[in-house]
Design a protein around this ligand. Structure first.
Ligand SMILES: Cc1cc2nc3c(=O)[nH]c(=O)nc-3n(C[C@H](O)[C@H](O)[C@H](O)COP(=O)(O)O)c2cc1C
Length: 168
């Protein structure tokens, strides 16, 4: 198995299932110092004329600082057999655990970013826009109350997809 570069316009799949049900890892940093976390919210589409992904990271995540400090990061998808690994990365913090060691995922560098050998599809993203969500912008108070009454806000990141790889 190895990563083969693909054309983003020729990918197959359903982003609603892949993002919302299969989940993905957001990984930021470099080979010496990186962090990864599971996410299941986000968007894929076209922004400012280029294929892009929006992801949202709450400010209390260890990954948040890595996202702030990184120009390039990866969005990585996995087979169902890695569900336990994604569960771990989505319930434990890199502050307390070496997630690669605990899950058996093998970090590798690709195009100046970090992903994992076991990923089935990897988007390398270049940060193009980031903005804190804010209470005033919610049109329904109930949405704000449901998601942010106890937990910190998300910061949203729109990344231009600069490469996509599939494991073949
Ligand atoms: C299925 C699933 C989806 C998640 N989606 C997000 C998300 O979109 N944004 C976010 O900030 N946290 C999300 N989380 C929570 C983080 O993955 C979790 O808090 C993680 O432990 C953070 O790790 P870190 O502190 O090493 O960054 C999700 C967790 C799970 C299990």
């Amino acid at each position: 198995m190895g990563f083969v570069k693909k054309n983003v316009y020729e990918l197959s799949g359903n982003p609603f299932n892949e993002i919302g049900k299969e989940w993905f890892l957001i990984t930021a940093g470099n080979g010496e110092n990186y962090n990864t976390m599971t996410a299941s919210w986000g968007f894929m589409g076209v922004m400012w004329g280029t294929p892009s992904i929006l992801c949202a990271v709450r400010t209390n995540r260890h990954t948040f600082k890595f996202m702030e400090d990184s120009d390039i990061y990866t969005i990585s998808f996995f087979d169902e057999s890695y569900r336990n690994a994604l569960n771990f990365c989505g319930t434990k913090s890199g502050r307390d655990y070496d997630k690669a060691k605990e899950t058996g995922l093998t970090p590798i560098e690709i195009d100046g970013a970090v992903t994992f050998e076991q990923a089935k599809r990897v988007f390398v993203c270049k940060k193009r826009y980031s903005e804190m969500m804010n209470q005033e912008s919610f049109t329904e108070k109930s949405t704000y109350d449901k998601w942010y009454s106890t937990d910190p806000m998300h910061k949203q990141y729109i990344g231009e997809i600069i490469a996509v790889y599939e494991n073949e």
